[in-house]
Design a protein around this ligand. Structure first.
Ligand SMILES: [Zn+2]
Length: 150
């Protein structure tokens, strides 16, 4: 079984509902991945700085790691995913690509999620959202070519 079985591709219509209304995300809090961490994600994925221009939303009942108080965001998701099944390319495609993912099951759906800072298990995230980066296709291809060479 695939660990990300609860993360399913969704159609434009459903995605737009979530995309346009962060208020509809599950959980008590909704917040954006801070810029400094987006830059770290680019670094982890071997991307040039500022490749990711879209806001990376997360939502959950608690914003912070219970152990070290780091604000949980996409950096934790990406760094955790890199330790498991996903390749850098797969993650780059998810972040930059046309495919949209909405996590449908909470709160255990995001499996094996660990804090980027202290590696404690994170179980408070309810959803994470990738955005359709409309102008990204040529940029993405470039990034993927670059990454394949790395
Ligand atoms: Zn932590």
């Amino acid at each position: 079984m695939n660990k990300s079985q609860n993360t399913i591709p969704v159609g434009d219509e459903i995605f737009r509902l979530v995309y346009e209304s962060p208020a509809s995300l599950p959980g008590r809090n909704k917040w954006l991945t801070r810029d400094a961490d987006v830059r770290k994600i680019e670094e982890l994925l071997g991307m040039p700085t500022d490749t990711i221009g879209a806001p990376l939303w997360v939502s959950g009942d608690r914003k912070r790691c219970a152990e070290c108080r780091r604000e949980t965001n996409w950096l934790d998701i990406v760094s955790s995913a890199l330790e498991h099944v996903h390749s850098r390319e797969m993650i780059a495609r998810v972040i930059l690509g046309e495919q949209k993912f909405v996590n449908t099951e909470a709160p255990r759906a995001i499996a094996d999620l660990k804090c980027f800072q202290c590696k404690a298990a994170i179980n408070n995230l309810r959803s994470f959202k990738c955005h359709n980066w409309a102008y990204a296709m040529p940029a993405m291809l470039k990034v993927l070519q670059h990454m394949n060479k790395a």
